[in-house]
Design a protein around this ligand. Structure first.
Ligand code: ZN
Length: 514
């Protein structure tokens, strides 16, 4: 191997080791750490973070990149070495713009803001988080300011997690989606509500967890390279390509909450586990964007895990596991219950049809804050007004309103929420492409067989890691740029029979097309 390339990789792996050690400390912090460890753990994470930032922004990395870019200019675009240099260059140029003092201020502030939020939310006390949130807004603006030349102040923040997307592109997708979703939600709301009481039973925790693990084993989750533990706010994290962790929570009176959380996180995990092993330790060994990552979790959670075919196989097994709770409930009732559409307050509990409206509300309020049209002190009022307009519901308090999501209290304002909706849109587009390539996939699902689907995703999505941008990957895997059409077709084909809808209010005709 070229000695400079060897040196660059060695440095990148060392930096990755520091970041992986931090990830392990963070995983422990949210699963097993006793409360007494909190203060030291915060300091340990800050130390590792500063070391990794200092090592990555070392001018020697810049010199290696300069030299290697000259020497490898003739490499094909899709060679692994060219991709490594491209992705490392992008991340390096971004990192060196951030002064060390700013990174440290941001880390300290978000750690403190998160601590305040954990007590302010249960106490329904917006006033307690307000000064921190004002500082978060200031830091978010300053962060964007390190990347001048943007069209919208949110552009740099979106670019961090969904590289290549801008506020304008996200807005275009959202307005097209909104124009088609709002009438669909309204048409469903006019129908009799689905009854989901069959899900509200006491179910022992151990059996809930065992059922979820059995499902993801059949999906192809590799327990030799991963495990699941309990936490409050489920997430996936990775320490290496041989050790990817998922977490779930268990609600004792809800049969499927922990299950769907496990399916969701397993989708994130299988993406990371499917990345080519020779990318280990480099910037290529990551999912390519938050939108694509979320598409993989949503695909397994919703497109597969809430489908009729899936439950044709698994419902008899679930009934056998919980005969007292589900013995008298038929599959039709159960299937309707797990796909109940309702206007509700909490984003993370929202169904597939209303979910994106929750995201759009946050995205628009973030822009109003960043662009100076909305002050933090007026945020709860603005939230309530917008929620009433979009959902026809009064927000009873800030706990289940503006305080519900951790994002603004553990990170920046801007750049985080769009990925959820892009993921929903892409989940249908990827599944559609897989089904076109392997027409037997839907029939496989009804037999509890997922090898062909997992294999298609591994070949077309997982293995590439960050080698291709999201736009490149979508085009290569599905043969088309990102489009909302497969997603709208998916929603209609599923919810039309569920709710007996007559005409398609979300049909493309008359709606704007891109
Ligand atoms: Zn997710």
């Amino acid at each position: 191997m070229n000695p400079q390339l060897h040196e660059l990789k060695s440095r990148l792996i060392e930096i990755n080791d520091l970041n992986s050690a931090a990830a392990l400390l963070r995983w422990d912090q949210t699963t097993y750490m006793p409360a007494g460890g909190a203060e030291a753990r915060g300091r340990q994470l800050a130390t590792l973070g500063s070391l990794a930032h200092a090592k990555f922004t070392d001018p020697a990395i810049g010199r290696l990149l300069d030299r290697l870019e000259r020497e490898t200019a003739a490499l094909a675009y899709d060679s692994d070495d060219a991709a490594l240099l491209r992705v490392t260059r992008r991340e390096y140029d971004r990192a060196v713009r951030l002064p060390v003092a700013f990174v440290s201020e941001l880390n300290q502030h978000t750690a403190a803001a998160y601590q305040v939020w954990t007590t302010a939310r249960p106490a329904n006390d917006f006033a307690r988080v307000r000064p921190n949130l004002e500082k978060t807004l200031d830091l978010s603006r300053r962060m964007a300011g390190f990347f001048p030349g943007y069209e919208s102040i949110a552009d740099p923040l979106i670019d961090f997690s969904d590289y290549g997307m801008k506020t304008a592109t996200v807005r275009a997708v959202f307005s097209e989606l909104r124009a088609r979703l709002v009438p669909l939600v309204r048409a469903i709301a006019e129908k009799p509500a689905a009854d989901d009481r069959c899900l509200r039973h006491d179910v022992p925790e151990a059996q809930q967890l065992a059922f979820g693990l059995d499902v993801i084993r059949r999906f192809g989750f590799d327990f030799e390279r991963g495990r699941q533990d309990k936490t409050h706010h489920p997430f996936m994290t990775k320490f290496s390509l041989g050790d990817v962790r998922i977490t779930t929570r268990v609600r004792p009176h809800d049969i499927t909450d922990s299950l769907f959380s496990t399916l969701h996180e397993s989708g994130h995990a299988m993406y990371e586990l499917g990345i080519r092993r020779d990318y280990e330790g480099t910037p290529l060994a990551e999912g390519t964007s938050s939108g694509v990552h979320e598409s993989q979790s949503r695909l397994w959670e919703n497109v597969v895990g809430r489908s009729l075919g899936f439950w044709q196989f698994f419902y008899p097994r679930l009934q056998a596991a919980f005969p007292q709770q589900l013995g008298g409930t038929g599959i039709d009732t159960f299937y309707r219950a797990v796909n109940r559409v309702a206007r509700t307050l909490i984003r993370t509990d929202a169904d597939e049809v209303t979910y994106n409206l929750h995201v759009m509300l946050r995205f628009d309020l973030e822009l109003d804050l960043l662009e100076g049209r909305l002050a933090v002190k007026d945020l709860p009022r603005a939230w309530g007004e917008r929620f009433e307009r979009d959902f026809g519901l009064a927000v009873p308090d800030d706990r289940d309103g503006v305080l519900q999501d951790v994002h603004w209290f553990a990170g920046l304002i801007g750049g985080a929420f769009q990925g959820y909706t892009l993921g929903n849109v892409l989940s249908a587009q990827f599944f559609d492409a897989a089904r076109r390539a392997v027409p037997g996939i839907p029939a496989d699902i009804t037999r509890g067989e997922f090898g062909a689907l997992h294999g298609w995703l591994g070949e077309n999505v997982y293995q590439h890691g960050s080698k291709f941008t999201a736009a490149e990957l979508v085009e290569r895997a599905t043969g088309a740029p990102m489009s909302i059409e497969p997603y709208m077709a998916y929603l209609w084909s599923k919810y039309q029979p569920l709710y007996g809808l007559e005409a398609n209010p979300a049909a493309a005709a008359g709606a704007p097309r891109r």
